[in-house]
Write a protein that binds this ligand. Sequence first.
Ligand SMILES: [Zn+2]
Length: 383
Amino acid sequence: MRRNGSPCAFGPARPLWAAGDNREMPHNRLLPCATSRPYTGAKKGRPRNCAPGIPAKQETERVSQGKTGRGAVDILMYHAVTDGPPPLDDWCYMPAQLFEAHMATLRRMGLKVMPLSDAVMQLLDGTLEERVVAITFDDGYANNATTALPILERYGLPATIFLVSGILGTARSIWASRIIRALQESKRPEITFGGETWALDGAKARGRASSAIQNIVKSTAGAAPDTAAEAVEIACDTEVNPDFSGTDFAIMDAAMVKSAEAGGLIEFGAHTVSHPILSSLDDAALAAELGPSIEAVAALVERPSPVFAYPNGRLQDFDDRTIAILRAQGLSAAVATTEDRNRPGGDAFRLHRWGIGRNCSALRLAATLMGARSLPLVRRLAG
Ligand SMILES: [Zn+2]
């Protein structure tokens, strides 16, 4: 996929950045999948061999290379799915029509789509026998429940949503939403931020500015992206309405989470409290972003995912301290944003994901899942 104009604030690695539980593992050998029966989830509790404050056993650190496991997992990472045109063509915001085309493509290809937790746990214990796909959404946008979920239900496809617990149920949104909205609404002809200047004449120019400024914030703001977003608002001479309710930027609330989980196709995992770059935090701040977010998700849902999602998710965006805390919290794995297929022998706390943005055509998705994404012909045809 071209990493062009609209890298997402929380997505995979693009130029400066590229884009973003606790329970008993499902060890049923006949794990549910989209092509068999609806996902019913695992029992609530701590992962096997994991207790609060006690790191999981070392074998969970590496994906098993067991005798029988021949499978692999392609994990797809989405963010928001919008009914109307995406705000400023942002990479993270996918029109519903395109999302539906993606889901139809998965079905047409006959791929087995599994809940992420089940797919990862089978990969970990070496019992995954085939290549499967798992669908994930980062940040917990309300439109995941209102727009994406009905499409998932139509196709019977399970998915995992990673929540930013600090904004869950509030009218606030992720810091990147503030930047997009400030650039949408600014009356200035241009904006200067971080020593660079962008013209704001037209939606495309504003989209380019948004993308570039988000990348600067991701690279420089570290632990305080909201403060940086405020600085962008000042540079835009725009007082952004902090109430994002009812917009494409809105975040889920507890009722939406519970309702989505009750439907049986959706599971939820943790994605920090405030979505900072974890490697930029000191030990105390790091602990305050991880434990409370994992606990908040566990308190909210019946079947919290044992898989965590790192904000931004490049390898430099988290570190061994992060992984140690996740393991001590009883989690079994974590997803990054490095793009590749997950095979036996990989690192359970550095699982790869394919970043799927609004510039990913259905053909491009199919090529990715066929392992042909980087072929020149595919790049030319599929964007
Ligand atoms: Zn994220």
